[in-house]
Design a protein around this ligand. Structure first.
Ligand code: SF4
Length: 398
């Protein structure tokens, strides 16, 4: 998951009225005190264990009534959501595992529609996208909620919250696009929490954004059903999948989801022609074995092809795994080496400083074509996607 910038401290600060301001190219929402839950039986904190297939809780209707897409009305008044593999069946008043889709009177509503919990202008490299408009800025936003329960969640304050548990600002899709254009960003990134669960809002923004010449970027764990994914893809320019780990038990034990739907999502995106990059956060001692890394790299190379970029990212102690040490730097560097051995052309490292893992090299000559230091592009030698020797480097370059 793409971590929030340090200014997310507003989420804990508990002072000030909600305000939006563009300051030095970044958009911040000042945070008011954490709102009281509207429901006596709503849990005040994130559940201790990963989600099961049991849909969540009862809660009263909210003011944000935007009918959801991708659901079915059942004869007994319940609804079945078909957006993600959880397939929640929800009785009157119940909210899905994602915390943002609620059955009200036999209709499923997307109750986080337009409720923005975080917005910032980030380097596109921070998403991370390394083959999309290098050196540009992405207007990045999120609503609360997520359909996974990763114990190592990097943005748990908003991802593991109901809409009434965090301060949000109501922004229409037109407001978001106007703010993005005003900020000078070249793209809008749906990120920080899980864009799948604010599908309708993302789709409406993406349509407007592309009409205004902005690129649209999704940063997601990919836990979405194929049909809604296919309907979304024509409006998206690039997709980044946070793949959790190749061992199916890692998914079931640490994320509250399952692995295979995510593999399907990556195949569907790749087959659609939408640009795809894959990130694997290496959680210390959990998914960072040589076997796990090699299997993932081999699957990406064999199934998606050697030109799909794969990023290995260092884990820092967080959320319910705060007791673990950070991933050793050598483990991240070794993962990159394994993926190169498996035949991938573009393998990067994240959350560490590594000259080798930061920059893009020609797979033919080994020469640097985009030199980076962290999130900063130092030199970009590409012209219209071509390296100086005329070799095409795949990506979204204009
Ligand atoms: S999107 Fe939410 S409500 Fe729908 S199936 Fe997934 S977790 Fe359940």
């Amino acid at each position: 998951m793409n971590p929030l910038p340090p200014s997310r401290s507003w989420q804990r600060a508990g002072v000030g009225l909600l305000a939006i301001a563009i300051v030095g190219g970044a958009v911040f929402f000042a945070r008011s005190s954490r709102e009281r839950s509207l429901s006596a039986d709503a849990p005040a904190t994130t559940p201790a264990a990963p989600a099961t297939t049991t849909p969540a809780i009862k809660a009263p209707p909210t003011a944000n009534h935007h009918e959801a897409m991708w659901y079915q009305k059942l004869p007994d008044g319940r609804v079945q959501c078909q957006l993600c593999p959880h397939g929640c069946r929800l009785g009157e008043g119940q909210i899905g595992i994602c915390r943002v889709r609620q059955n009200i009177g036999g209709t499923l509503y997307a109750i986080a529609y337009g409720r923005v919990a975080a917005a910032h202008v980030d380097p596109v490299e921070k998403k991370p996208f390394y083959h999309v408009l290098p050196g540009s800025r992405a207007f990045s936003l999120a609503t609360p909620g997520c359909n996974l329960r990763c114990l190592f969640c990097q943005n748990w304050e908003i991802a593991q919250s109901y809409p009434w548990q965090v301060t949000t600002r109501t922004l229409s899709p037109a407001d978001v696009v106007a703010a993005a254009l005003q900020s000078g960003a070249q793209s809008i990134a749906f990120t920080y929490s899980e864009p799948t669960i604010f599908y309708e809002y993302m789709l409406d923004i993406a349509k407007l954004a592309q009409a205004q010449g902005l690129k649209t970027l999704v940063v997601s764990a990919g836990y979405i059903n194929p049909e809604p994914l296919r309907a979304l893809l024509p409006h998206i320019d690039a997709y980044k999948i946070d793949f959790k780990g190749f061992d199916p038990a890692f998914y079931t034990d640490l994320t509250g989801g399952t692995r295979d739907p995510v593999l399907e999502t990556m195949k569907t995106i790749h087959q659609s022609g939408v640009w795809l990059e894959v990130v694997n956060l290496l959680v210390t001692g959990k998914n960072d074995s040589e076997n796990d890394v090699r299997q993932l790299a081999r699957w990406v190379c064999d199934t998606l092809g050697p030109d799909v970029p794969l990023h290995f990212s260092r884990f820092y102690p967080m959320h319910k795994l705060a007791n673990l040490p950070p991933t050793p730097i050598e483990t991240v560097l070794r993962a990159r080496q394994i993926a190169l051995e498996e035949g991938l052309h573009y393998v990067y490292t994240g959350n560490i400083r590594s000259a080798a893992g930061d920059s893009t090299r020609s797979p033919v000559t080994g020469d640097i074509v985009i030199e980076r230091k962290g999130y900063h592009v130092i030199h970009n030698h590409l012209v219209d996607g071509l390296a100086p020797n005329g070799e095409p480097i795949p990506g979204v370059w204009k």
